[in-house]
Design a protein around this ligand. Structure first.
Ligand code: HSE
Length: 405
């Protein structure tokens, strides 16, 4: 029998217990022996919950028990999750986690310890919740050179942007509604400022390009400045505004970035709405592929964590190799990244076009019926540095969104 300890009985941890208990027979068949939860660690009490039988409050009970082979870390945050994960690995216990913050910060070190001990540190649930994406990159797309990953990797912001688009509402109003319904956290900063998808694209990029990508190097912009009027323009142009986390190989190097982007209807990410996530991958042989599904929530995330438990159980004394190396990938400086830019500006086309084209080069203009005193334009492809320099030369810019058109 393979014995598992779960650290943290919150949403995901309780989901993992539910998945392993509900599907116990089929999991046993796949692994070749039974997988049993021996401990659940949490500081709280859960009176009346069957978890009481296996509940412990002290990590030492787990780390010192030679029967425990697999530790599931679903505590979230960096501390004490980092300390517990490291100690479990050093004690020869494999670890799997849904904790993107910890993987993005300390994944390199934790994987190294796992390799030295011939065990595993796995994190399928850290990106895209229940969507299988880490294992496909790691074990299926291995004959390809991946040259792009573009993901909608945050359910909260995708819900907010989808709702702004369907209802014509402003960001603050939809955020309040989402918080009331429990779709957004009381402190939504990590989601709405893009920090959560930033960590996820750092993890996916480290695997895809086989070098460590530091999330702190990734240019990140959230959705707090997107307005109902921006979305009206986007619709008029046949696009949808999505918070996209991208990393891409270019002739100049690999860049990574998180920002709102106007996505045309022809792109697979356009139709990814509400709390769903999707990861679009382009490989030099594969061409396009998209992985779509539930990117958050108790059971989808727990399903991915429990999938890691099964994989670890099948590879108890053997490290399943991942491409992620210790060598750091130096990303292309953001100023050199190229894009088209959608820009709203005060004034009329007649008054401003000459000055706009003198600064930005040739542009396409868009005017919205019922939106007075301003118009919008889309530039040709420019570097971020060229955009910034041009934007300083013209008065009255209201907002800018990168456009993948
Ligand atoms: N806050 C995250 C989201 C949870 O909204 O997608 C899953 O990582």
């Amino acid at each position: 029998m393979i014995k598992v300890a779960v650290l943290g009985y919150g949403t995901v941890g309780s989901g993992v217990v539910e998945v392993i208990n509900t599907n116990n027979a089929s999991i046993a068949k796949r692994v070749g022996e039974e997988v049993q939860i021996k401990y659940v660690l949490d500081l709280r009490e859960f009176p009346g919950d069957p978890v009481e039988k296996v509940l412990v409050h002290d990590f030492e009970t787990i780390v010192n028990d030679p029967e425990v082979d697999i530790v599931v870390e679903t505590m979230g945050g960096v501390n004490p999750a980092y300390d517990f994960s490291k100690r479990a690995l050093e004690a020869g216990k494999s670890v799997c986690t849904s904790n993107k913050e910890l993987v993005a910060r300390h994944g390199t070190e934790l994987m190294k310890i796992a390799k030295e001990k011939s065990i595993n540190y796995m994190f399928e649930a850290s990106c895209g919740g229940g969507i299988p994406i880490i294992r496909p990159i790691n074990t299926s797309l291995t004959a390809d050179e991946i040259d792009e990953i573009s993901g909608i990797l945050n359910g909260t912001t995708n819900y907010i942007l989808s709702k702004m688009s369907s209802d014509g509402s402003d960001f603050e109003d939809v955020l309040k509604e989402a918080q009331a319904k429990g779709y957004a956290e009381k402190n939504p900063e990590a989601d709405v400022e893009g920090y959560d998808p930033c960590r996820k694209i750092a993890i996916l990029s480290s695997l895809a390009y086989e070098q460590f990508v530091d999330y702190q190097d990734i240019y990140t912009e959230g959705i707090t400045k997107i307005t109902a009027t921006d979305i009206k323009y986007a619709k008029e142009m046949g696009t949808a505004v999505k918070l996209v986390a991208t990393s891409r190989k270019t002739d100049k190097g690999i860049y990574a970035m998180v920002s709102p982007v106007m996505i045309p209807a022809s792109h697979p990410l356009y139709s990814v709405n509400d709390v769903f996530n999707a990861v679009f991958v382009h490989g030099n042989m594969l061409g396009d592929a998209m992985f779509y599904g539930s990117g958050a929530g108790k059971l989808p995330t727990a399903s991915a964590v429990a999938g890691d438990v099964v994989d670890i159980a099948k590879n108890l004394h053997h490290t399943v190799m991942m491409g992620w190396s210790e060598e750091k990938l130096e990303l292309l400086p953001i100023d050199e990244v190229e894009s088209r830019f959608f820009v709203r500006i005060k004034g009329s086309v007649a008054e401003k076009l000459t000055a706009v084209e003198a600064a930005f080069g040739k542009v396409e203009t868009i005017s919205l019926p019922g939106v007075d005193g301003e118009f919008a334009f889309v530039t040709e492809t420019l570097t971020e540095a060229a955009y910034k320099a041009a934007a300083e030369k013209v008065e009255g810019i209201i907002s800018m969104i990168r456009a993948r058109i």
